[in-house]
Design a protein. Sequence first.
Length: 248
Amino acid sequence: MGIAAFVLGLISLILGFIPFCGIIALIPALIGLILGIVDVVLKSKKKEKKGFGIAGIIMSALAVIITILWFVLVGVSASVTNDILNETLTTNNNILNSLNNSIYDYDYDDDDDEVDYSNLPTYGLNEAARLEDTVVTVNSVQKSSGIEYQTPKSGYEFVIVEFTIENKGDSRLYYNPFDFYVQNSNGVIDEYAWEDLGYDTLSSGYLATDGKITSYLVFEEPINDPELTFIYQPDSFDEEKVLTFSLQ
């Protein structure tokens, strides 16, 4: 019995030093501890040598202690890891909430930031207007009820604006149709309609120094609207840089 306690104690002690083998080491350690104690008690009565039993008790006890320490270490590590994960998730959620709030709280219709186009200089037909290095001239305005398969909605008509863009700067100038709008008498500011109606409508591109391009854009506006304003705004983030033209 003492030899069995010694062997089990040795095995459990070896297993106890291997990470995550605590359950495996605990079972032989407890058995070895019991056998060692029984062996020592019996041999004490018989006054026989108790070396193997004592060695088995010591190794089994050490294996139990090591196994318990492993359980404590794993438990603490799991707790710390869980706290770190929770803190990370909380931080990420706070960041996401802040971003969402910043998006939803942004006032796109802030009256203090809106430009009152009526207070800006308004140019007429064939009157060149300059904004930094760009010169824009509205050449003509035509109206149309559309063509086959391309008709405006009820109560509306197509307004075709012919205009010229010139580059008076030292570097090339980028242009595109999304820089141009029409505001009607209802205060609605429209982007261009996709219909071309057979006109050479403006696409995006670049102008070299002293280069210019004449093109068209089609807008869908109320029939016979008395207050149509053509707007050139190349930078949507800078509403102070605007040119306006009366289309009457």
